[in-house]
Design a protein. Structure first.
Length: 249
């Protein structure tokens, strides 16, 4: 892999290993679903990297994997992990069950829906033209990404604000700010690529940019997670907020 999508895949995989280690120690479901989301993202970025170098039009399976994992599933599973921090366990468990059913439906559609292979040589095809706009996988790519980004980035931003307002655990503020920023960078990359294709500039440039957004966003998120507990920043104020459950521990 000699492009930025490959770097994003590597960073996401390493990030997943770190989060998985936290899950092994704590057995908290939030870590389990964040690990799954990061692994999904790593696989999607790897498929994107291979598709860029080998040609999606000659490897339709890579496109199906890239669209399913990167377009539809990665962000929503990160959001599910965040949901376990903010809602009652029963609500989160029901949400996980519903998402599992929807994932099965979307995955089947991703591999059986007709693909216009000729359009895969351009970003217009990669970002919507190859699948029908009413196909379940195409609808999921829109709905899951909007909901997932709002929940994941919004949850991190809210946690950071609560720490800042409490004037304590300032390393938690830094962590959540970077998680929010990284998630928004990745979301901006997909938006920029879609806008580029929608305006008729159907060149591979937008896909190259996407890999850059993904690599930068994932690096920022990874740095934020690693900063927690290592910056040794804490204001003298006392907080009545529990450290567990309001941020990524």
């Amino acid at each position: 892999m000699d492009n930025l999508a490959g770097l994003a895949a590597l960073l996401s995989f390493l990030f997943a290993l770190v989060v998985a280690a936290r899950w092994v120690r704590s057995h908290r479901p939030s870590f389990a679903f964040w690990t799954l989301g990061l692994l999904i993202f790593a696989a999607a970025a790897a498929a994107q990297s291979l598709g860029e170098t080998q040609g999606f039009e000659d490897h339709v399976l890579l496109f199906r994997l890239f669209y399913l994992l990167g377009g539809a599933l990665g962000v929503i599973y990160l959001a599910l992990g965040t949901l376990y921090l903010f809602v009652p366990r029963r609500v989160a468990d029901v949400s996980a069950l519903v998402l599992a059913v929807l994932t099965a439906v979307v995955a089947v559609d991703a591999f059986v829906a007709p693909v216009d292979a000729a359009s895969l040589a351009t970003p217009c095809g990669l970002f919507g033209g190859a699948f029908s706009s009413v196909a379940p996988v195409a609808l999921a790519a829109v709905i899951f990404n909007i909901v997932g980004t709002v929940v994941f980035a919004g949850g991190a931003a809210w946690s950071g604000w609560r720490f800042l307002r409490a004037r304590t655990h300032l390393d938690g503020v830094v962590c959540n700010v970077l998680l929010t920023a990284g998630a928004l960078v990745i979301a901006a990359g997909f938006s920029a690529a879609k806008i580029s294709t929608a305006t008729g500039r159907c060149t591979l440039t937008s896909l190259d940019y996407l890999g850059g957004y993904e690599a930068v966003g994932m690096a920022v998120m990874f740095a934020g997670f690693l900063s927690l507990g290592r910056l040794r920043l804490r204001s003298p104020g006392k907080s009545n907020l529990p450290r567990e459950g309001v941020s990524v521990p």
